[in-house]
Ligand binder design. Structure first.
Ligand SMILES: *Cc1c(COP(=O)(O)O)cnc(C)c1O
Length: 435
């Protein structure tokens, strides 16, 4: 059994070979635990799959933004995809390279654009005519030329959750093709912007290479069209959304995306940018939480109440997302595949429970009617595939302090984000300003 990543070894869940129960003991719960081996393996697999096209891989910072992790990835040549000045600040603080950082987002403010120009980011992914004009103005004032890509909204249905699809025309993201042509034409009168790229990000997770292929074809057609207007596009950015398996089922590996895109990319001979987030980060993290209580309602429905909640991991409450959950120490083997509605409890001594957090919202529920070996108070549970959009979406709702973050490197657990304290909760408020 490999000790890279999360594996049960003799009934104990280990992270890169270290029993997670030791880590929970030392750093407390709830606790995000990351495997550096998984992060690096996922990144290098991805890099290898697309190697023929020497892409710039820009890891999506919004999926997982801890400084130590950004530093780890930067050390492997990774660039970054940021969607705010704050994320760019994180990249810089982590020693990431601004010249390998792309900046997306529909609402970049003047302050954010100035910050990004100052640090010379690789490219702005521009999402409206107004933004293009503002970048041109600010770059002119600064006396520099901003490299920009237009984020195209290709109106492609990537078959994701309705809250995470971004490439349909009714979504706020990107610019439709005919408007994009107008915006592109306008740039020919903007000496302070260099329109050299086209960008799409279709949503996530995307479980088939087809939407990417469709997106690439759309962009390729548009590259031609712009050439007619003497605008030379040298970079195509296909965004993120590459899937990972939340259920343990087989999903397309990076190679299948690469293979599907190969013919078009070979023909285009263009610089390629890819922005994976969850594909790399999700399987590299678990949320560890302890059972505080069990209770049963009058109808015999069972609740397992844990110390991790929707403020720690919002995805189940926000998207109805499915995460595998299993005791960190168990004689029962975790099923290889676990899906919503699975009935593993039938004919076994598993019980069906709702796994809920302490937050005062009914949607604070990590799993409903989930078959689980019987767990008792104090038992440790692992919520899997929580590395992406886990900690980055956490909040202080209900006066809860944010969890600790631990990264295992070379079999050593490192506290890379300390647990918040009550003092942290009030540190930015000023009681001397009381009315
Ligand atoms: C969120 C986002 C990504 C990453 O999406 P994943 O599903 O995590 O791969 C990439 N690019 C842009 C522009 C994004 O907004």
């Amino acid at each position: 059994m490999s000790d890279r990543g999360f594996n049960y070894i003799k009934g104990r869940l280990c992270c890169d070979g270290v029993p997670v129960s030791n880590i929970a003991e030392k750093y407390g719960t709830p606790c995000y635990l990351y495997s550096s081996a998984t992060l690096l393996d996922r990144l290098s697999d991805f890099q290898r799959a697309f190697a023929a096209h020497s892409p710039l891989i820009c890891f999506s910072v919004k999926s997982l933004a801890n400084l130590s992790i950004l530093k780890l990835l930067a050390g492997k040549g990774c660039g970054f995809d940021v969607v705010s000045g704050g994320e760019l600040y994180r990249v810089l603080r982590a020693g990431g390279d601004a010249s390998k950082t792309v900046f997306a987002g529909v609402g970049k403010t003047a302050g954010e654009i100035e910050f990004a120009l100052h640090h010379n980011v690789h490219m702005f992914n521009v999402e409206s005519a107004g933004e293009m004009r503002l970048i041109a103005k600010l770059a002119a004032e600064k006396g520099c030329i901003a490299d920009v890509a237009i984020r195209i909204n290709p109106d492609i249905d990537a078959k994701t959750h309705k809250k995470t699809t971004t490439g349909r025309k009714e979504n706020k993201f990107g610019i439709g093709l005919s408007k994009a042509l107008e915006v592109a034409s306008e740039t020919t009168d903007m000496p302070s912007v260099n329109l050299c790229g086209l960008h799409v990000h279709l949503g996530s997770p995307i479980y088939s290479p087809d939407p990417y292929r469709e997106g690439l074809k759309t962009l390729a057609g548009f590259v031609e069209k712009l050439r007619g207007k003497r605008i030379k596009i040298t970079t195509i950015n296909l965004g993120g959304g590459y899937c990972m398996s939340y259920t343990g089922e087989k999903v397309p590996p990076p190679e299948s995306y690469a293979e599907a895109l190969d013919p078009e990319l070979n023909e285009l001979k263009i610089n390629l940018i890819l922005e994976p987030g969850r594909h790399i980060a999700a399987p590299a993290g678990v949320l560890l939480a302890r059972v505080i209580y069990r209770k049963e309602n009058d109808d015999g429905k069972k609740f397992v109440i844990i110390d991790g909640a929707m403020n720690d991991l919002l995805r189940p409450a926000l998207y109805g997302a499915f995460h595998r959950i299993w005791p960190a120490e168990s004689r029962d083997k975790m099923p290889g595949v676990m899906k919503p509605g699975d009935d593993a409890a039938e004919g076994s001594d598993f019980e069906k429970v709702d796994i809920v957090g302490p937050v005062c919202e009914s949607c604070d529920c990590m799993a409903k009617e989930r078959p689980l070996p019987r767990v008792g108070e104090g038992d440790l549970l692992a919520i899997f595939d929580a590395g992406a959009y886990g900690y980055t979406m956490s909040s202080n709702y209900n006066g809860r302090t944010r969890a600790a973050e631990v990264l295992v490197c070379d079999q050593k657990p490192l506290l890379v984000g300390r647990r918040e304290t009550y003092q942290d909760l009030v540190a930015r408020e000023d009681l001397t300003k009381t009315a």
